[in-house]
Design a protein around this ligand. Sequence first.
Ligand code: ADP
Length: 478
Amino acid sequence: MTGSILGPCVELPADVVARKIATARRAAEIWRRTSIGQRIDALTRVWESLNLRRAEGLAIIREEHGGSRLETEFLEFGSAAMLVDYFTHNARRILDDRAAWLPWYLFNKSATIRRLPRGIVGVITPWSVPFLVPFSDAFCAMLAGNAVLLKPSEWTTKTALWIETVAQATGALPEGLLSVISGAATAGEAVVDAADLVMFTGSSRTGAIVAARAAGRLTPCVLELGGKNSMIVCADAALERAAAAAVWGGLLNGGQSCVGVERVYVEARVYDAFLDQVKARFAELKTGNEACVVAARLVVASSVERLQAQLQDASRKGATVLGGHVLDPSSLRMAPALVFEATSDMRVMTEELFGPVLPVMKVERAEEAIALTNAGDTGLSASVWSADLSKAEKLASMLKVGMIGINEPGSHLAIGSLPFGGVKSSGYGRRHGDEGLLALTHAQSILVHEWPTQMIDPWWLPRRVWVIAWLRRQIGLR
Ligand code: ADP
C-alpha cells in the first residue's frame, strides 16, 4: 500500500513555476513598500474572507485529511483566529523601527534598527495540519512584508489552493503575493532555490535535505521537524487531568500532529491508577458522539503499515495493545490504540507515531523518563505533570526540548506569543513569538552622524594625541 485515498497532486510544469516565481518577485517589490498598518488591514481582510467561507474550507480539509468537523474547525480555524488576533495586535510593536543604544561619547550620533522583509519566503508544509500551518506561516511572512511561495504537501494541495483562491479574490493583495507551487520534491526544490528564506515543516530527513540545498545559496532556513514528545507523570500529579490530557494529546488530529503526546512515562506508584483512568476514557471513545474520536482517518497509506508494524513490535516484546486494528483499509480508518507495559526498547517508545497510538511506560522516578527523553535524537516538546509546580519546573528545566508543558499537554501552536520549534534533529529557528516574526525579516542597522556637520571624528586622520588618550580612557583601554 502506498499513497493516500486521494492520491498526490500533479507537479506544475517548470514554465508555470518560473512565471509564478517572477510574479511573486514583482509582488514582493510592491509589498515591501507598504506600511505595517496597510499590511494588517489587507491581511485582516484575507483572514475574514477565509473565516466567512469556513464551511467551504472545512469540507475541503476534511476531504483531504479526514478528522471530525468539530476538531478540524477548532484546530485549523480556531487556532488560526487566535494567531491572527495576536499578530495583528503585536506586529507594530515587534517590527517597528527601534532606537538603538549608543555609548555616551557618541552623543552626537543616533542609531536605529529597522526590520526589512527578506523578499520571498518559501513556505513548505506537511499534510498533518493542512490549513493552519500553511496559512499562519504565510500570514506572518506577508505581515513582515514578504511574498510567499507556498509548497503544500502533495497530499493536501486542495486546501492550499483554496487559501490562494480566497486570498486573491479579496483583491487586498498584489497579484501573486501568495502563490501555491503544487507538486512533491521537485516543486519543493524549486521553492527552496527561489526563496530568500525557507520555512520548512516536515520530517527530519527531508528537513536535512532542504537545509543542505538552501545552504548552497546561503539561504537561511527555519526548520520545524519531527519529535517524540514525552509526557512525564509524577506520582503527585492530578491524575484525572493527566489521563484526559494523554488521551486528547495522543489522539488529537488522528494522532497526526507534530506536538501530540507521543509517549507517556508514569511513576510506578500511580501507574495502575493512571492506566485505569486512561482505559476508562478509551472505552468512552467507542460510544462517543461526533465530538469524540471513534476512529482516526489517516492521511497517507504508508502510515497504516508503519503503525501496524510498530504495534506488532510492541506486542512481540511483551506490551499489551488494546485496539489499533485497521477498520477499513480503503478509507485508511484505524481504531485508537492504547499500549501499556511498554518498555524503552519498543519502537512505539522511540519512533515518531503518526497515528492514534498512545504508549504508556512505567518508570521508578521521573528522572528516568527525563534521561530517556534527552537520550533521543529529537527535542521538540515534552510535558511534566505534578501538583508541586516548583518540582515540576525543576524537572522540566532538565529537558532538552524547545517547548515545555507543565500540567499542559501542549497547545503552544495556537499561542502567538510563544516561539514554536525544537532543538537537535527537531530543527532550528522558530515560528511565532517575537523571534518568529523577526526571523521573517532582516535587521538593517542605521547609524547617523547628527552634529556638528563638519566634525572630523577623532579616530580619523590626522589623529591628535590628547584626543586619542581621552578616547582610550572612555572606551576602557586603560
Ligand atoms: P511529511 O511526510 O510529514 O509530509 P516530508 O518531510 O516528507 O513530511 O514532507 C514535507 C514537505 O516537504 C512536503 O510538502 C514535501 O512535498 C516536501 N518535500 C519533500 N521532499 C522535498 C525536497 N527534496 N525539497 C523540498 N521539499 C520537499
